[in-house]
Design a protein around this ligand. Sequence first.
Ligand code: UDP
Ligand code: MG
Length: 155
Amino acid sequence: MNTQKTLVLLKPCTVQRALIGEIISRFEKKGLRVAGLKMMQLDDAILAEHYAHLVDRPFFPGLKESMMVTPVIALALEGVDAIEVVRQMAGPTNGRKALPGTIRGDYSMSGQQNIVHASDGPETAAAELARFFRPEEIFEWKSPLERSLYSDDGC
Ligand code: UDP
Ligand code: MG
């Protein structure tokens, strides 16, 4: 059973538009377990690290600024194949191209103000969870409803 944890950030656009509850609710309703959750103000240093693959892009300064406008909500979500499931739920980067039914497709008109960040693979998920959460901020609580979410073998 490929149980994974992944990092989601609810971006400042989401906080300002009062969509925090609605977006978290979509992940909960899907069946993902909230293993960690906190509000945090990002700064230059953490964003330079988080978006290291984009530092040379012309939109990087604007992206960084947009991520510091308000605090963000960091979520650690867990489930079978959670990394891919959450990426699929987020949809493609540009909200105008994302299909209805995806989070970006339903809530975003922008390639930058696109509601969520979601880890894109196992290595990035591990690095990003460690970047935003201390080990003791990730919890291993169990749901009595687990048998309603998965078959015995995790299918
Ligand atoms: N971004 C942007 N302009 C672009 C492409 C990306 O402002 O032309 C921002 C956008 O907020 C995106 C983030 O940079 O979510 C990270 O880009 P990435 O390519 O990793 O997309 P994601 O993994 O978020 O879909
Ligand atoms: Mg990315």
